[in-house]
Write a protein that binds this ligand. Structure first.
Ligand SMILES: [Fe+2]
Ligand SMILES: [Fe+2]
Length: 260
């Protein structure tokens, strides 16, 4: 089984480059399932019903999120009834939504788990312990499990990769919006990459207009962020998984830049 996983989709530029290229990518890599991190899909902050539907219509089966999940308040109205949008599973008890899902792909099932780091990020439940609990539940249904670890610190992400090595098919990082070049198969058969990067404006600071960010770093007056314009990029990975064992066979990085 081949799964295409797209890094944080940022605003309209991120959605547009997918509209133009996703079908072709799907064919080129012969993928069975597409998932994406959608925490910045609506104007760079959060996700709305309309934007989520636009992404589902493109062929994305499930959206993970992270610290920006609540930026568009309307999500609180529909996340409980929308199993295709996850928020990190280690959020505090009583948080709306869910942190894991099972997706049916033909005859097979794929478990997806969303977690958030606790280093340089808001305080939540320990993602390592929550990962163990959640994986135990998902394992009752499938041995194909992929984990989006939305985290800031490279050390926390790499540690999670080794912590889950052999227990899941893939651990990939999101949140930094910068793709790392450390993709590998860990010793016990888990595909790993510290961050898959961002699908959004190429000439930007993490998706935001670069001049505004420079202004922010050079002024004491607050600056309103806007998603950058111009060329866009797709950052993603394709993971190939042995369906009988759940172990990863291959992990490949995609870094595609639009021509305009
Ligand atoms: Fe993000
Ligand atoms: Fe984030």
């Amino acid at each position: 089984m081949k799964i295409l996983i797209l890094g944080d989709i940022v605003g309209r530029p991120g959605r547009n480059i997918l509209k133009e290229n996703l079908e072709e990518l799907k064919k080129a890599y012969d993928v069975d399932l597409i998932i994406a991190n959608g925490e910045n899909a609506a104007g760079g902050n959060g996700i709305t019903r309309k934007v989520a539907d636009e992404l589902f219509e493109m062929g994305i089966s499930l959206l993970t999120t992270g610290n920006h999940v609540w930026d568009q308040k309307e999500i609180l109205q529909f996340i409980d009834e929308e199993p295709r949008i996850l928020r990190p599973a280690n959020y505090l008890e009583g948080t709306p939504g869910r942190g894991s899902a099972i997706i049916e792909v033909g005859e097979k099932k794929v478990g997806v788990l969303n977690l958030q780091g606790i280093t340089f990020m808001p305080c939540n439940r320990n993602p390592f312990f929550v990962a163990e609990e959640e994986i135990k539940k998902l394992k009752r249904e499938t041995n194909i499990i992929i984990v989006d670890f939305h985290a800031e610190a490279t050390s926390e992400k790499i540690a999670m990769g080794y912590f889950l090595d052999g227990k899941v098919s893939c651990v990939f990082g999101t949140h930094t919006h910068v793709q790392t070049a450390d993709e590998k198969i860990l010793p016990q058969g888990t595909a790993y990459i510290t961050d898959i990067g961002m699908t959004g404006p190429y000439e930007s600071v993490l998706g935001i207009d670069k001049d505004l960010i420079i202004k922010r770093f050079t002024s004491s007056v607050p600056v309103r962020f806007e998603v950058a314009k111009g060329p866009a990029q797709i950052n993603a990975i394709v993971v190939e998984i042995d369906e009988s064992t759940g172990k990863a066979l291959k992990i490949e990085r995609i870094n595609k830049i639009s021509s305009q």
